[in-house]
Design a protein around this ligand. Sequence first.
Ligand code: GUE
Length: 284
Amino acid sequence: MSETARLMDGSALARRIVEQAAERAADLTRQTGTSPCLATVLVGDDPASVTYVRMKRARCEKAGIRSRHIALPAATTTAELVDTITALSHDPDVHGILLQHPAGPHIDERAAFEAIAPEKDVDGVTCHSFAAMSFGLDGFASCTPGGILRLLDHYDVDLAGKHAVVVGRSAILGKPVGMLLLARNATVTYCHSRTTDLASITKEADVLVAAVGRPRFLHGEHLKPGAVVIDAGSNPGNIGDVDFDSARTRASLITPVPGGVGPMTIATLLTQTVDAATAQLRAV
Ligand SMILES: Nc1nc(=O)c2c([nH]1)NC[C@@H]1CN(c3ccc(C(=O)N[C@@H](CCC(=O)O)C(=O)O)cc3)C=[N+]21
């Protein structure tokens, strides 16, 4: 087959979403005298995490969102991290909190996430947010899943009745994106490391979400011809979970890496930070 998939341009869409967030941040600042503020918490100095957090903060600054960075040593205990996050949850000048994942092997990350007040969980990582999102109630979506749904909507991908296959089941990516697809009436299958005969399932996917965290793990032969392929992988060196060149000849629509899901994640974070600040500043 010589057909080539259409690209889903996450960079372009994210730029527009961030512009809207910036306008709303400026309005809010004008009206309340306070600009939105995102606290970013980073444990240790993993180079990829340092880069991601720097990118998020730079994008905030450009959009008129303040960021307050808390860099903690790699040896920080769960109790210390929970205390830090609890203090941010109580700080009226912080409207959103992001704890960069992974926080480190010795940290109980779930306990740390749960110290984020629900109204400040702009990264959508708490049990509260997951449940709200799953039940279709008000709350913040996990940022990458939220960004993926915006991208699918923008490209008019109809999800109702479609078979969506999610490869990966992490707490802030695979699992929640499946719940959002389910809420749109897709038939959702989760695949993971213990799935037997992965290809037989992915080949049935009308929409495939790759959220494994292994470079070029999925390729053309895994796909049903005409599938919509969302590559949510962000492996070192900006390599996705999908082998783009082989996937592109079978898919109908595909996200590139970079320039696909990544920028949409950040756009969702910024939007939700402005949402959180708006709710908190209007309530005073
Ligand atoms: N609590 C938490 N929330 C997260 O949302 C979260 C996290 N932890 N840990 C790590 C992953 C990864 N992640 C990315 C965000 C943007 C790009 C991104 O914008 N990438 C650019 C390229 C990057 C570059 O230019 O270097 C792109 O795909 O075009 C990638 C990856 C958020 N994550």
